[in-house]
Design a protein around this ligand. Structure first.
Ligand SMILES: [Cu+2]
Length: 170
């Protein structure tokens, strides 16, 4: 009797293992393949600030980030930086999101692509951590925390000689 019980338990375990094996044939979501590291955010009392990170695509397919959010800002955007007239750098919202090529690392860095907290709900103070959620084109999303630091460089404007934010999105 005892032998029979042991055998049945073994058979049940084997069945579970086989079922789990079938599940691995499902395509990985974008969130499964993206690894976020070195995330940090520029400290600010109010208004806007930038956030940066390394986004690694460990998968075999390109992945597209379509939106980003954080509880400390009423709106958060994906920004790119481009040269403007007169040699200044202007930042603007990415058209169609951010693509991370298969097997590559995409750096979000001051002076380049970045995440933009457009309208802070509360100050982001050095030494604290804030949360972000990025959502991909397949509907999956991933969360990460970003360390807040003092940073004085890369003061891009939206457009030369116009009020901050006035020409945003153009
Ligand atoms: Cu920006």
């Amino acid at each position: 009797m005892k032998k029979t019980t042991t055998f049945l338990a073994f058979a049940a375990t084997a069945a579970v293992a086989l079922t789990a094996g079938c599940g691995s044939d499902d395509p990985a979501t974008a969130a499964d393949t993206i690894v976020v590291s070195s995330a940090w955010t520029k400290a600010a009392e109010s208004g806007m600030t930038g956030a940066f990170a390394e986004l690694e695509n460990t998968g075999d397919s390109d992945v597209r980030v379509v939106s980003v959010s954080s509880p400390v800002s009423s709106r958060t955007e994906l920004h790119e930086t481009a040269p403007a007239a007169g040699g200044a750098m202007t930042m603007r919202e990415m058209d169609g999101g951010l693509t991370i090529a298969a097997g590559s690392v995409h750096s979000l860095a001051p002076g380049g692509d970045h995440l933009m907290l457009m309208d802070l709900i509360e100050p982001v103070a050095p030494g604290t951590d804030i949360a972000f959620t990025v959502t991909f084109s397949d509907g999956s999303s991933t969360e990460f925390t970003s360390q807040v630091r003092d940073f004085a460089g890369a003061r891009e404007d939206y457009a030369p000689s116009s009020p901050e934010g006035a020409n945003h999105g153009g």
